[in-house]
Design a protein around this ligand. Sequence first.
Ligand code: R2B
Ligand code: URA
Length: 330
Amino acid sequence: MKVEYKNPHVKQMKEDFLYHIGLGTATHNLPEMFGDVKFVCMGGTPNRMEFFANFIMKEIGYKLPPGASLQDISRHSHRYAMFKVGPVLSISHGMGVPSLSILMHEVIKLLAHAGATDPVFFRIGTSGGIGLEGGTVVVSRETIDGRMRPVHETVVLGEQVLRPCVLDEGVTSELVELSESMNFHAVAGKTVCTHDFYEGQGRLDGAFCDYSEADKLDYLRRLNEAGVKNIEMESTAFAALTHAAGVKAAIVCVVLLNRLKGDQISTSKEVMAEWQNRPQKVVAAYIKKHLNLQQKKSEAQAARQKNNLSRFTSYEDQSAMTPTNSICEN
Ligand code: R2B
Ligand code: URA
């Protein structure tokens, strides 16, 4: 199915410029550039998403022309970074729901203008763990807000709008299965999305804090009892806006620390870099698996076509000899 934007006003516009990613219908041939996109991978930082683009290039055996290197397609916007490797888009979304939300509007329109079909969206991120040690990977089964509601709350024309957060169960289950075969600890569960890293996540080390350590632990324990595995800052908007657009989505995050034990993140750069690659490995395994399946499907289809053609040829040869005309082959 083609990606669609569900906004009648855009359909009336002569051209559409996607300001924050620096691409437009009048300035770029979007179908040629993005019509083949099947996997949209998003994560916080430009650096991590450039790393992922190079990583997935090796994993799927994608070859650039000699002398060429990956370019940030959105570099002129100075807002988000975007890399394309065959059918894979790797895009940084910045921190927090507002930043992700702007990007989602523009990426969904980008894919709709390009005529892309059936893309799967992934968020590959970092998070704080609830009772989980650093390095653990969490595949989100559900995403809820800081008040434990499964909704993305936004304000439209001065009114509160709540959109349901829905992740794709099939993609999520496959990611859980793939993560279980990796050489690191992986779990599945609920993810909380907050609008702040400090007070929003019950930290004691922000510039302001009007609650006690006991209050903080009480909140985190309540999350734990509700099946929450991690806390981050984009998942509700990601799940709700992909669902509203009718595209499949899943979330895989690594845990940087156990929030039941502390607030500060002081792990070394090297260890952190290895941990941050873990969600990338899970999503890369999914992409590889599905590209292989697609490849096998098209090979089988080509073989069937060849077979049918040769049967048709031999039928013509035979019919020249035997005057039978009621053979129906399909
Ligand atoms: C995880 O890490 C960032 C905050 O440090 C935020 O973008 C998130 O969701
Ligand atoms: N990202 C978050 O949002 N929270 C953490 O504790 C760690 C990473």
